[in-house]
Design a binder for this molecule. Sequence first.
Ligand SMILES: [Fe+2]
Ligand SMILES: [Fe+2]
Length: 216
Amino acid sequence: LQYFDHMQPNQQDKEPLLAVNPQRYSSIYQENDQLIRAIRLYAKRNVSSKRYQHIKGVVKTAKKLAKRFLVPLDGCAIAAWAHDIAREWDPALFGTYLEIRGYAPHEDEIANPIFLHGRTAAIILKERFGVVDSEILSAVTHHTLGNEELGDLGKVLYIADYMEPGRKYITKEFFESLLTQPTLNHLIQTIYQELSAKEKDFHPQTIAFFKACRLE
Ligand SMILES: [Fe+2]
Ligand SMILES: [Fe+2]
């Protein structure tokens, strides 16, 4: 009750329950806002301005989806700000960086080291920003190919990365139509249909992800 004492009545209505007693996501930063600011700054310093614009678009879209489908808002924002922070590394560096930390890249990751930018970003989140939330780390790790283990937060990031307004293939109408879908799985199935029309070969991990998101 005390929490609301200093708030205007209309503020109470604006943010749904998500904003009350939010989970703290970092062992280093006291407040999620501080954490988010630090990751945003890190992103700005480590990617081109074009990619930073993309990241901003993903954050905006992820927050919209979080509110629409009642997924923790701060968690989605953190995952979205962080997902591409390692995207502009020299791909030759991913292998060693991850091997030192006990991860042995798969054959397809050795052939396409850029697949490893999500996993690398997740490690930066953990080591540098003190984030240990498994949903966030998994979302960031698997944002490129998807993965059957992804929960709602991971689905939000996957969808936001695909449909952020900077993406050329997303018209305003298609964007709005995506937001009217009844569930995250419906959204994923719509994206799957769009992708199937253009792409023939999906990564096995992506196929497993789309299967896991099948409508009941
Ligand atoms: Fe990415
Ligand atoms: Fe991205």
